[in-house]
Design a protein around this ligand. Structure first.
Ligand SMILES: [Zn+2]
Length: 188
């Protein structure tokens, strides 16, 4: 759905119903990739591949090499089941990628998930993420992480060794401050 159409529909709903106001700009997306409150659709990237997990969820395992997507948006769900992880080496070396968006359903970013994505300039990481694997952002020197939580929440995420090694320009922008690659925190 086109963005202007979503905006128009939301404006209509906001005027006519309480539904959109209940989202307060934060939709409650489900594994069907729709907001359970107002029905707005989550617009994600096609061509992703998936691996089923033992707990009845999915891991995004990569994206077709025929798709040279600069901006990759992961879905909340696949086949009606939640997408909870970015798999090991899922996007490693995808130099065409400049931006990535992870949904609030994701709890784990795998080992080497985005390593050597040297042109990745921006990734949106939700507060649902609890674990970032080793070498996940290795050599992502151009990367700004846009984290939806606080510096304290970011620091509570379990991180594997060298998760941000050889990525001197990597910054994590939190709601109350930012963290440089060497761990220096600048509060807002
Ligand atoms: Zn909504």
């Amino acid at each position: 759905m086109k963005k202007w159409l979503i905006a128009a529909v939301c404006l209509f709903l906001a005027c006519g119903l309480a539904a959109c106001a209940r989202c307060g700009g934060e939709h409650a997306f489900t594994a069907e990739n729709k907001c359970g409150v107002c029905g707005t659709e989550w617009d994600y990237t096609e061509g992703l591949s998936y691996a089923e997990n033992a707990d009845d969820t999915y891991t995004v395992s990569g994206i077709s090499f025929e798709r040279q997507e600069s901006r990759v948006v992961l879905p909340y769900g696949h086949d009606g089941k939640a997408v909870t992880a970015v798999g090991e080496e899922a996007f490693t070396g995808r130099v065409e990628m400049t931006a990535a968006v992870l949904p609030q359903s994701v709890v784990r970013i795998g080992t080497n998930a985005f390593s050597n994505c040297v042109n990745l300039a921006e990734i949106e990481i939700p507060t649902s993420v609890a674990r970032i694997g080793a070498y996940a952002f290795y050599r992502c020197g151009a990367l700004t992480v846009r984290y939806a939580g606080t510096v304290e929440q970011w620091n509570a995420i379990k991180k594997g060794e060298n998760w941000n090694a050889s990525a001197d320009g990597l910054r994590v922008e939190c709601t109350d401050g930012s963290i440089a690659q060497d761990g220096t925190v600048t509060k807002n």
